[in-house]
Design a protein around this ligand. Structure first.
Ligand code: 5GP
Length: 178
């Protein structure tokens, strides 16, 4: 285990098994819809890669770059689009792929941003959900794991751009970001 990680919350096998279930669930509902899968960068890049390989069906892969302003471990909800989509989503079924749903501010901003482009539907697929910290209600259709209020890293999630490559999701030791 990495020296800055206090505890492993979800190990590789648990993450893999859950993503296989989520991929099968999405495939059952979107089989003939050729959805646009939109990964929110950067945190969801690993989740996206594993999720689409667990979906035995056609889909289009897109990336949306966002940066949110906040302090080191929380966001204010002020979101800036740093990389836009490469395709028109009007009339398309869209699935937004997120690493973690925390206050909900980022996703609620993104949903209205995407709705303005008149997609046929928009659903949220988040690997992690921290419901204790919710500030605005966000309806995530697919949720991997509900986790307690702790700052986690690994499997794409960073602190100061580090730890994204850890194959598990772990709780960062508070002294690292204090
Ligand atoms: P929200 O707008 O829901 O508060 O925040 C969502 C974003 O905040 C996530 O996409 C992620 O970038 C960041 N975030 C929230 N909680 C955590 C966490 O525990 N660990 C890490 N690494 N990022 C988090």
């Amino acid at each position: 285990m990495h020296k800055d990680v206090g505890a492993i919350l979800l190990n590789e096998a648990e993450i893999k098994a859950r993503i296989l279930e989520m991929g099968a669930e999405i495939a059952a509902e979107y089989k003939d819809k050729n959805p646009v899968m939109i990964a929110v960068l950067k945190g969801s890049f690993i989740f996206m890669a594993d999720l689409v390989r667990a979906m035995d069906m056609p889909s289009r892969i897109e990336f949306l770059g966002v940066s949110s302003y906040g302090d080191k471990t929380t966001t204010t909800g002020a979101v800036q689009i740093t990389r836009d989509l490469d395709c028109d989503i009007e009339g398309r079924h869209v699935i937004v792929v997120e690493d973690i749903l925390d206050s909900g501010l980022t996703l609620s901003y993104l949903i209205s941003y995407l709705q303005n482009r008149k997609p046929a539907s928009v659903a949220i697929c988040t690997l992690l959900d921290k419901p204790e910290r919710r500030k605005v209600e966000v309806d995530a259709r697919y949720k991997g794991f509900t986790i307690p209020d702790a700052f986690v890293v690994g499997y794409g999630l960073d602190f100061a751009e580090q730890y994204r490559n850890l194959p598990y999701i772990g709780v960062l030791k508070p002294e690292v970001y204090a």
